[in-house]
Design a protein around this ligand. Structure first.
Ligand code: SDX
Length: 429
């Protein structure tokens, strides 16, 4: 923290507010007393200049294009760690010892099954329901099945709820997929790793053995790691706001799932692959670039741009490298969609509009190509994002609930509606 101050001159009065420093990143002006002192609110729709909380979990430097999980660079974690080890790190703040990791892995493994009654819950959906609709419902419904871990004032219950959510999301996501393709649910296996278990639950059928490709499992695990957390993005802020009212953790994560679904956020990976397919060939790229630049056309290049990154999204770089590995393993490196993506990236990054607005590929630009190559339909892309982001959401939720200064979130507004007026009876209207 710091003893520096920011001065505000308003209506002939002078006000001072403390300037606070974190360990790294922009300083903040602490305006918690602004309204009490000045009778004014700040105004920042979209929170472009607003810090909503203190956090020690994830740090992004948008100018440098760096992303740290508890201080560790995402590139190192993607290469050397695993999603479960990263989950432990995000939840607890430190990398686990061998014994700590073994205990954590055992706990997660033992929570991967769902209450059998939830099968009926899935069967209530239409077969053509979007997997995110099913996941949103199923996660919210968990608060009806796991009453013994909904008391947020009990630290033990908070831990069990966290483990249940991390462990059961792959089963929920896989079953949402199976339900949509009319195949029987495949139960988790305790002898498989986290990512391999998910792939098997998605692609195995009872009629034959299913052997998970180690390359696909590694790629899946890396995709989970790259999506695990990302500061106070829209869905994480949704989880925090829901949690600030002391709603149970399952309800809070369901709210996060709902927010992530939007195409401006986690839904961009599905939208991006659909866009790449619509472009279809490299000779149509200029037409779409022009549309993206046309203010009168709502079309945007999906998978491009970011509120924080004004340089490369480091996740996109790792994802691009993974795409090459997966596609060459599958012998489809000349995948037309990948060729369109790479040419689109090259052209866009040379275009003045994208350079001036600092628009680079984000995490969603290449992920869809990998997921498509592994065999997922586009409707499952955001579901996989939600599966991975659950550990980030629950880590941020835990940090908020553990904070003794935590208060309910309640933003104010600039009111521009009608002033007080008397009711007029309908006979006189
Ligand atoms: C994720 O917040 C996170 O951390 C999110 C995320 C995470 O891990 O949680 O990183 C995951 O959501 C990644 C982003 C996925 N979304 C997309 O790929 C959708 C396409 N991108 C855009 O919708 C947009 O870039 C956003 C939503 C990502 C960011 O929007 P901002 O920060 O509000 O920026 P903006 O809309 O104000 O854009 C600034 C300018 C605008 O032009 P002007 O009004 O200044 O003239 O850039 C333009 C925009 O029109 N612009 C684009 C563009 N993105 C921004 N123009 C064309 N194509 C684009 N993709």
């Amino acid at each position: 923290m710091t003893d520096r101050i920011a001065k505000l001159e308003l209506n002939g009065e002078s006000y001072e507010f403390p300037v606070l420093s974190g360990t790294v990143g922009p300083d903040v002006i602490d305006i918690r007393t602004l309204y009490a002192k000045t009778g004014h609110f700040t105004f920042d729709p979209g929170y472009t200049s607003t810090g909503s909380t203190e956090s020690g979990i994830t740090y992004i430097d948008g100018g440098q294009g760096t992303l740290l999980y508890r201080g560790y660079p995402i590139e190192q974690l993607a290469e050397k760690s695993s999603f479960l080890e990263v989950s432990y790190l995000l939840l607890n703040g430190e990398l686990p010892s061998k014994a700590e990791f073994a205990e954590f892995e055992e706990k997660i493994t033992r929570h991967t099954m769902l209450h059998e009654q939830m099968v009926k819950f899935f069967e209530g959906f239409r077969r053509d329901a979007h997997p995110m609709a099913i996941i949103c419902g199923a996660v919210g419904a968990m608060s009806a099945f796991y009453h013994d871990s909904t008391d947020i004032t009990d630290p033990k219950q908070r831990v069990i709820a966290s483990h249940r959510l991390i462990a059961k999301m792959p089963t929920i996501a896989a079953w949402a997929y199976k339900y949509s393709v009319g195949q029987p649910f495949i139960y988790p296996r305790n002898d498989l790793g986290f990512a391999a278990n998910f792939l098997r639950m998605c692609f195995a059928v009872p009629a034959e053995e299913y052997v998970v490709s180690p390359t696909m499992a590694r790629a899946m695990d890396r995709i989970f790691t790259l999506h695990a957390d990302h500061e106070q993005n829209a869905s994480t802020s949704t989880v925090r706001l829901a949690g600030s009212s002391h709603a149970n953790p399952f309800a809070c994560i369901a709210a996060g799932v709902a927010s992530l679904w939007g195409p401006a956020h986690g839904g961009a990976n599905e939208a991006c692959l659909n866009m790449l397919r619509e472009i279809g060939s490299v000779d149509r790229i200029p037409e779409f670039i022009e549309r993206a630049k046309d203010k009168n056309d709502p079309f945007r290049l999906m998978g491009f741009g970011h509120r924080v990154y004004k340089n490369f999204d480091p996740r996109a770089k790792v994802m691009q490298q993974t795409a090459h590995e997966v596609l060459s393993e599958l012998g489809v490196e000349n995948n037309p969609t990948l060729q369109v993506a790479q040419e689109l990236e090259r052209i866009a990054l040379e275009d003045d509009y994208f350079i001036e607005k600092k628009l680079y590929p984000n995490v969603d630009f290449y992920s869809g190509i990998i997921l498509d190559a592994i065999g997922f339909p586009t409707s499952m892309f955001t579901a996989i994002f939600a599966l991975a982001r659950t550990v980030g959401w629950i880590s941020q939720w835990k940090e908020m609930i553990d904070d003794p200064k935590q208060k309910i979130g309640r933003p104010r507004q600039l009111y521009t509606g009608a002033t007080a007026r008397d009711y007029i009876d309908i006979s006189e209207r």
